[in-house]
Ligand binder design. Structure first.
Ligand code: HEM
Length: 312
């Protein structure tokens, strides 16, 4: 009898401990950890909406979705100042703040997954880059003429080869300036897996960091007062000399160990396509075009890119 009572008591204590542990884990995940991260970030001057348990993973996102919907429901005027339009809520947030790997043994399945990743990473990005280039060159026909003149001088009407493509300096300048103003990947995400020091700030483990490429690319502090204008000549001396004081503010392909694998391939592919189009057609925007850059994984024209081609 006594043994039986002891067993029941032990079982009850174990179950209660298990339930208590479970409850503590839930409290830790949904309340204590977010609050603790918030406190550590606030102590270093990083402000934001206070964490609210009732709006866990919903609060700010809902507000942001509303702002995006409202902004993207109307076109913007035909200019390149697209950052507040593409990222309205983040633009607001930044404004407010200013006021205040190794290769292991891969299986066949791993290789198939890698190929899919390369296909997905390369298709949309390059296609949208080329689309924005066509739109921008339709807005700036003097640059379209300069590019065509260079292509015809370098390759004639022949299919461009790799040597010809390397000699297309004006086309490269144009393509870089389009990547600056309309980067297909407008932001990059990083997640701290351990306490990390960035710019004198200590970021705790478990924080998502959002690097807004689009904002850096449009910031007059790095590019000068003409940052929002289309000026391919800023890339005449190469990428490193394009910014004011040669600061590193151009990273359409990311940087660091996860730098875009397909950068050089994308450049050759896009130059080849543009050179071939320039050899054969002149182009202009259709009157039905509405300027409404928005982001759906990549930066794209919300209502498409109706462009009229004229055979040369
Ligand atoms: C205009 C064209 C392209 C742009 C703007 C672009 C941009 C990027 C960016 C921003 C990243 C993330 C880098 C980071 O997190 O630091 C990336 C990664 C990647 N890109 Fe591209 N990309 C382009 C074309 C391509 C092409 C054509 C391919 C393949 C043929 C490709 C393959 C990849 C792969 C595999 C990764 C992942 C690399 C890794 O995680 O280690 N990309 N790209």
């Amino acid at each position: 009898m006594e043994n039986c009572t002891n067993l029941i008591t032990t079982l009850l204590i174990s179950s209660a401990s298990l339930v208590l542990y479970g409850l503590m884990r839930v409290v830790y995940i949904v309340w204590w950890r977010p609050k603790s991260l918030e406190k550590q970030l606030r102590q270093q001057g990083i402000k934001g909406t206070s964490f609210n348990l009732l709006q866990f993973r919903g609060g700010d996102m809902k507000k942001m979705a509303k702002v995006y919907k409202e902004t993207w429901s109307k076109p913007m005027s035909l200019n390149h100042h697209i950052a507040p339009y593409v990222l309205p809520s983040f633009h607001q947030m930044v404004q407010n703040m200013c006021k205040e790997q190794s290769v292991n043994d891969l299986t066949i399945q791993d290789i198939i997954e890698e190929c899919k990743l390369i296909y997905i990473a390369g298709k949309e990005t390059t296609a949208n880059w080329l689309t924005w280039t066509m739109i921008v060159l339709s807005m700036h026909t003097n640059w379209q003429e300069k590019a065509r003149e260079e292509v015809l001088r370098t390759c004639g009407k022949d299919v461009p080869n790799i040597e010809n493509l390397n000699n297309l300096k004006i086309v490269s300048m144009i393509m870089n300036e389009v990547l600056r103003l309309y980067p297909p990947v407008i932001a990059q995400l990083r997640h701290t897996i351990k306490k990390t020091n960035i710019g004198g700030m200590s970021i705790p483990s478990g924080v998502d960091i959002w690097l807004p490429t689009l904002f850096f690319h449009h910031d007059p502090e790095y590019w000068g007062d003409d940052a929002r204008e289309f000026k391919p000549e800023r890339f005449a001396q190469g990428v490193s000399k394009a910014t004011k004081d040669q600061q590193n503010a151009f990273y359409p392909f990311g940087w660091g160990p996860r730098y875009c694998l397909g950068q050089n391939f994308a450049m050759i592919e896009a130059k080849m396509a543009l050179a071939t189009i320039l050899q054969t057609f002149s182009f202009e925007l259709s009157p039905s075009y509405t300027h409404s850059p928005f982001t759906l994984i990549t930066l794209q024209p919300q209502h498409g890119a109706p462009i009229i081609l004229h055979q040369l």
